[in-house]
Write a protein that binds this ligand. Structure first.
Ligand code: DGL
Length: 383
């Protein structure tokens, strides 16, 4: 019994030692300090496959910055840190387990916090992804990215990169220096999914918090938890210990199925968003109208409602050739055509279930090919 009791105390002492907060137990205060013990190394990650390394799929990691490359002053800093500090080679070197699922190479495309992304950043990144996807020696691509605009970049790539190869977006909510950092497992999952044949032809994916989401549907709905990314239509599946578990597949057009191609897009026309709320003045809409926008996305209340004092302002711009797209500030549901507003009569477009920031990107890509509002509405139904 004693042996067993000692064993239990030993185990709890080891656990406390490992956790760095060992408190003296009866034995350690009465006798010599508990002997230092070698903490068993974490069990090697079960390789997703027993393939020889040279035959594993080749995954390219394109790093752009964000928290997954962030660093805080102490392990207790899970939310206060500097984003976009750790270079891609250090990120990959810190995760040797990647070698069990893929042959990985890395490129530092940018080193920025994602709230600072511009249209030019999107075009540069999409061109590099497209170039790599065309290379026979590349089996999958991972993009490490800040979480703030990860959904926008992922949706944009989903629209314009013509490939069936897996493209996986990944970020983290905590820097790698923090207790219970989420970036390492998120990155391992992303590379594992990007190396998987069963992830092909599913459009651009996002791996966060063990889930596999589609870039089209997912958005950052919580700004300070690791379970930050949600889709109202649910994840496509989960990835656990290097294995994918799929439960649904996308139905909207994407990647190789898209009519849009980054190879034919040199610039994105100006499309901006106005946010609606009680007492909103027409100032922003008027200023945007004078700035030469090609479309305005109206982030309306409820089902895309527009205040009665704002309707004539939007009609004025429509008459000048500016496209008007009704989205909603409400994160779930979808905007119904001709419900809150007579869209047929006003010749407006509805964004369906796309949030304002994604509606902006689809409108910008579509306006590079058409300015016909009925064609624009067809595009919003299809993507
Ligand atoms: N500055 C934010 C960004 O780069 C940090 C958030 C994150 O990456 O998780 O998106």
């Amino acid at each position: 019994m004693r042996f067993k009791l000692n064993t239990l105390i030993g185990a709890s002492a080891l656990a406390l030692l490992v956790s760095g907060c060992a408190a003296p137990t009866a034995q350690s205060t009465a006798s010599a300090p508990a002997p230092a013990v070698a903490v068993a190394a974490a069990p090697a990650v079960a390789p997703a496959s027993v393939q020889p390394a040279a035959t594993l799929p080749h995954v390219v990691v394109l790093a752009t910055g964000g928290t997954i490359a962030g660093a805080g002053a102490s392990a207790a800093n899970s939310a206060t840190y500097a984003a976009a500090k750790v270079p891609v080679d250090k990120l990959l070197a810190g995760l040797p387990e990647l070698g069990s699922v893929a042959r990985v190479s890395g490129e530092q495309v940018f080193q920025i916090a994602s709230e600072s992304f511009t249209n030019d950043n999107l075009l540069t990144l999409a061109r590099r992804v497209s170039e790599l996807a065309k290379q026979p020696g590349v089996d999958g691509i991972v993009v490490t990215h800040g979480t703030d605009t990860l959904e926008e970049t992922g949706f944009f790539l989903n629209l314009v990169v013509h490939t069936n190869k897996p493209i996986v977006m990944v970020g983290s909510m905590r820097p790698g220096t923090a207790l219970s950092a989420d970036g390492a497992l998120n990155l391992f999952d992303a590379v594992s999914v990007a190396a998987s044949k069963d992830a092909m032809s599913k459009g651009v994916l996002v791996t966060m918090n063990d889930e596999i989401q589609t870039a089209r549907d997912v958005s950052k709905l919580v700004n300070i938890k690791t379970e930050a990314f949600k889709s109202q239509w649910g994840p496509l599946g989960m990835v656990v210990e290097g294995k994918n578990y799929w439960f649904r597949a996308p139905v909207k057009r994407h990647t190789a199925w898209s009519e849009f191609n980054i190879d034919n897009i040199s610039t994105l026309p100006p499309v901006e968003i106005v946010y609606s709320y009680g007492n909103v003045p027409p100032t922003a809409i008027q200023a945007l109208g004078q700035s030469g926008v090609k479309a305005i996305v109206h982030a309306g209340t409820g089902n895309g409602s527009v205040p009665n004092r704002i309707v004539p302002e939007l009609q004025k711009l429509r008459a000048q050739g500016v496209q008007i797209i009704r989205s909603s500030r409400v994160p779930a549901g979808f905007v119904l055509r001709n419900a809150e507003q007579p869209d047929d009569k006003y010749d407006w477009v509805v964004a369906h279930d796309l949030n304002p920031q994604k509606a902006r990107l689809l409108a910008a890509v579509a306006l590079a090919t058409t300015n016909d509002s009925r064609e624009l509405q067809r595009i919003f139904w299809d993507y």
